[in-house]
Design a protein around this ligand. Sequence first.
Ligand code: GUN
Ligand code: ZN
Length: 428
Amino acid sequence: MTPKRILRGQLVDFPMEGQIRHEEKGALALGKDGRILWRGAFAKMKREWRELPTDDYGDHLIIPGFIDAHIHFPQYRLLAAPGKDLLDWLNRFTFPEEGRYASKAHAVKAADIFLDTLIAHGTTSALAFSSVHEGAADALFAAAHARGMALITGKTMMDRNAPEPVRDEAEAGGIASERLIKKWHGLGRLQYAITPRFAITSTPEQLAVSGALVKAHPDCFMQTHLSESHPEIETVKRLFPKAKDYTDVYDKFGLLGPKSFFAHGIHLSPRELARLAEAKSKVVHCPTSNTFLGSGLFHLTRTREAGVGAGLATDVGGGTSYSMLATMGEAYKVAMLNGIKLTAAHEFHMSTQGNAELLGLKDVGTLDAGKCADITVLDPEATPVLARRQALSTTLEDVLFSLMILGDDRAIRATYVHGKRLHHRKSK
Ligand code: GUN
Ligand code: ZN
């Protein structure tokens, strides 16, 4: 097959934890099917391919697109809402904003903005919450499909402790989820996530409906929130007095499994971690959200050592940035406060192949031939501060480290989704 386009630059990817794979004067050949046809040194590429249309990024870094393992579509403009804590933030800011997604017209417009913002930040895949409204999830799926994105999302289910515009009912919420699964799950690169918001906003009946959906659709994802803040944990205890702990609430309703993703998991007991590990369920670290809402310091090492896979995510709009670079920077600081030192190699792996493996997304995560061409191009000297810092960098680890501490969307030179360039910043 003849490639459709050649990309030139430094190829950098992270196939294994803590490992950086690097081709300094590299080339990627993208096929007509939107996949990577060939990777290697430009000097070793077939001579006849040199005449093909080429995007030459010089010494910029060509990396796999970032994957955000937890984000909220209907919070796309809600960043920086000053809640006292999680529950106050949800009640005063989040639920009223999410209520606006009852309007299909609002959701359709918002879906384009949301996905284009992800792409402008170098993020090519996400596991996302939609709002409680079926039409909003529908709009988000349609917008992702139009862009060829591998998006996993679902209609949020919440039938109590929230105002009427963001509530559904247990049975009706289940039926709407079924309709969306039938319509979207497995279409192109889309997948469905069964999405009970969290134990506080779902009745036992709704959690039972969620469990039945998980059982009926084992190939779908399940996403919810778990053990984020102390007042949240206390409330769950009051609502479910018979449960052993917060994790046990979900467990009793059949919500633990290998495709179950629990956002946060900051204050889990050893029993809860052991049970999550046994069920092969995952937790997702959302550092900018955890520091912004004052929820606590997620302990990556403790989680991993318990055998629980941990992803990395922005959690916009509790999170304060769409940028996975900024998110890695905050994860570094949270780890430092826990006495753990993370490397850039470790964190870039988490944001790409690590999240891909956790989500079971086999055709993204690295720049290997055969993978989908979901690609981000980073300019390590995108800002004056970065440029001056890079003058001191002596290794690739150092270049990547400065990018994750100081970088944001200004460092995203280009983003490709399924082989198509959907974002581009002119070179300085
Ligand atoms: N817990 C339940 N809903 C939410 C949400 O929207 N954001 C965060 N950070 N935590 C939650
Ligand atoms: Zn969340």
